[in-house]
Ligand binder design. Structure first.
Ligand code: GLU
Length: 302
């Protein structure tokens, strides 16, 4: 696990940390069932739970209806995106709220959601097996993955970046990776990129990015590489030990992973994104607003 640290600094880093870990600085305690899907500064829900939803021709929706609940695959070690507080059990993050928004649009409130943490390498299989109804967790849309599953979206765009120790001064960008050891998650696009395009760099693959961060702090690797949006979350959580360097050097478009061929479900989610008004922005502001990231909602790609 990541080390828990006392907040040493003030200002943006702290604000970002508070936002990224779902804590709430200054504003009143968030009301609502247990605070989920609710704006941090008012009791206004970020989205309504729809009533009497019908979705013809969707095997996924039929299964959800039969089960009376929704099972969603997520990450739970990525602060700001998909995170579970070990003490309270509360799940926070941009992806988790996107997942809740899809559920609410289908008519399912928080108490009817079962979250399952699934690492990068096991996502396609979990969707193919029907272990999850859909997956929302920093999941890049790629042709290789589209051969076995489908995606709705994209709903977010980021790119591969680098996280190093604060004291590191020899790695300033991806151009400095020759002779270095970098860690990423097995089954991820950033790991594959290093293995294929950085022949002089040693790539270490582990299950979870939090495991990579631990190896970085323990000086077993020189850098962690994955989407910059993920790395910013770790740096905000441990600003005295960690920093993000360089600019994103790939384009990663996040989609909602769903069963191949369930076009009705895919269209439903895409329509939700397209017709969602300010909801996307409210979810972004709540979870990533203090991070300094400037990202607009991307257009849906067919
Ligand atoms: N977005 C990249 C991917 O889908 C990296 C992040 C992740 O592993 O979830 O592979």
């Amino acid at each position: 696990m990541l080390k828990t640290r006392t907040l040493a600094g003030v200002g943006l880093a702290v604000a970002a940390l508070l936002a990224l870990t779902g804590c709430n600085s200054g504003s009143p305690t968030t009301p609502g069932a247990s605070g989920e899907g609710v704006s941090p500064t008012s009791d206004k829900p970020l989205f309504e739970v729809a009533k009497d939803v019908k979705l013809d021709g969707s095997p996924t929706f039929d299964r959800i209806t039969k089960n009376g609940k929704i099972t969603i695959g997520v990450k739970e070690d990525q602060p700001g995106l998909g995170y579970k507080d070990a003490t309270t059990g509360k799940r926070t993050g941009f992806d988790v709220d996107i997942a809740r928004w899809v559920a609410a649009s289908l008519g399912y409130s928080e108490d009817k959601i079962e979250f399952k943490a699934i690492p990068s390498a096991n996502r396609e299989q979990a969707i193919v097996n029907g272990d999850v109804d859909y997956y929302v967790g920093t999941y890049s849309i790629t042709d290789k993955r589209k051969a076995v599953i489908d995606f709705a979206g994209p709903y977010f765009v980021t790119g591969q970046g680098l996280l190093v120790r604060k004291s590191e001064d020899t790695i300033k960008s991806e151009k400095d990776l020759a002779g270095k050891t970098v860690c990423s998650a097995t089954g991820s696009t950033p790991l594959q990129n290093i293995q294929q395009n950085f022949p002089d760099t040693k790539a270490v693959g582990v299950d979870l990015y939090s495991g990579c961060v631990e190896q970085l702090i323990n000086k077993q690797v020189d850098a962690v590489t994955t989407d910059q949006a993920i790395l910013i979350g770790y740096a905000a959580q441990d600003p005295t030990e960690l920093k993000v360097v360089g600019e994103p050097f790939t384009t990663e478009k996040y989609g909602v992973g769903l069963a191949k061929g369930d076009t009705a479900f895919q269209t439903f989610v895409n329509t939700m994104f397209t017709d969602g008004g300010d909801t996307w922005k409210a979810i972004f502001e709540k979870n990533l607003g203090a991070s300094g990231m400037k990202v607009a909602q991307p257009a849906i790609e067919k």
